[in-house]
Design a protein around this ligand. Structure first.
Ligand code: UTP
Length: 272
């Protein structure tokens, strides 16, 4: 059973400066809801109840968001505006939140390793909240992956097909299809040039990881861009046949980029 979800939210978010100078990009709203809340709701829908958040700066904005604001509650209670708080109240009531800090921004792999103290020795999910996913017929991407974990009991990465010229923005996988939407991963390359990409299947910000990943991460040297890459650690698991990639059903927006963020905003506005 997967109970915990880790949210690395310590990156600098430089592509959104100056908006991200004092608040993390995971707190930027699509319509009225911060990206991180969408991620937490997806985790709750997948049956997870412990949210573990790795922060760097802007910690207070995140902690305050997932906490009761007594002053606000007092002001709004019994008024016509009370319904604006319904969703966030529900989120706060349904799960617990714990926090740790990534002291130096040494990459996603390092951020995940920083979360070990909150996760312990059990399989866990990872959501990168800047990848915003809309569900498919009521099934969130993480829920789809949790169901797969019950069958395969190994690390799982969510992948989608990308245009070849975009391969240098993603971790790209290669392997054999063992089911319609499932690949047994044999190789992974972080941000390859299009000519070196082993396939057109790119990893997006949803993972299920088995806890041996922490020992591997401890030994993982900085890779592409001088950062500790989760892709390099996953490749070690893949070599032991312990990673599958899942072509998820649903829609995903790269809200770490301005274009993706605008696209997501328009999509959710038109859907609302
Ligand atoms: P990104 O590389 O997209 O985030 O990392 P970034 O570095 O904040 O963005 P830019 O490129 O400067 O605009 C993907 C995810 O990993 C987290 C980020 O917060 C984001 O959710 N991350 C990345 C960390 O938590 N720590 C890191 O050292 C790096």
């Amino acid at each position: 059973m997967i109970k915990k979800c880790l949210f690395p939210a310590a990156g600098y978010g430089t592509r959104f400066l100056p908006a991200t100078k004092a608040i993390p990009k995971e707190m930027l709203p699509v319509l009225t809801k911060p990206l991180l809340q969408y991620g937490v709701e997806e985790a709750i829908d997948a049956g997870l109840s412990t949210m573990a958040i790795v922060t760097g700066r802007g910690k207070r904005a995140i902690e305050d968001h997932f906490d009761v604001s007594y002053e606000l509650e007092h002001q709004i209670k019994g008024t016509s505006k009370e319904h604006y708080l319904t969703e966030i109240r529900d989120v706060i009531n349904r799960c617990t939140f714990s926090y740790t800090r990534q002291v130096e921004m040494k990459g996603l792999g390092h951020a995940i390793l920083s979360g070990e103290t909150l996760i312990g020795n059990e399989p866990f999910a990872v959501i990168l909240a800047d990848d915003l996913c809309d569900n498919h017929e009521g099934h969130g991407v993480l829920l789809q992956m949790v169901k797969l974990y019950e069958k395969y009991q190994c690390s799982i990465v969510a992948v989608e097909e990308i245009p070849p010229q975009d391969s240098n923005k993603y971790g790209v996988i290669a392997g054999e299809f063992i089911d319609e939407d499932i690949v047994q991963v044999e190789n992974m390359v972080e941000k390859p040039d299009p000519k070196d990409a082993p396939s057109n299947l790119a990893i997006i910000g949803r993972y299920i990881l088995t806890p041996d990943i922490f020992d591997i991460l401890r030994e993982t040297k900085p890779g592409k861009g001088g950062e500790v890459q989760i892709t390099d650690a996953l490749l070690e698991q893949a070599k032991q046949g312990k990673v599958i990639a899942y072509k998820f059903k649903g829609k995903r927006f790269d809200c770490g980029s301005v274009d993706g963020f605008v696209e997501a905003t328009n999509y959710f506005y038109n859907k609302a």
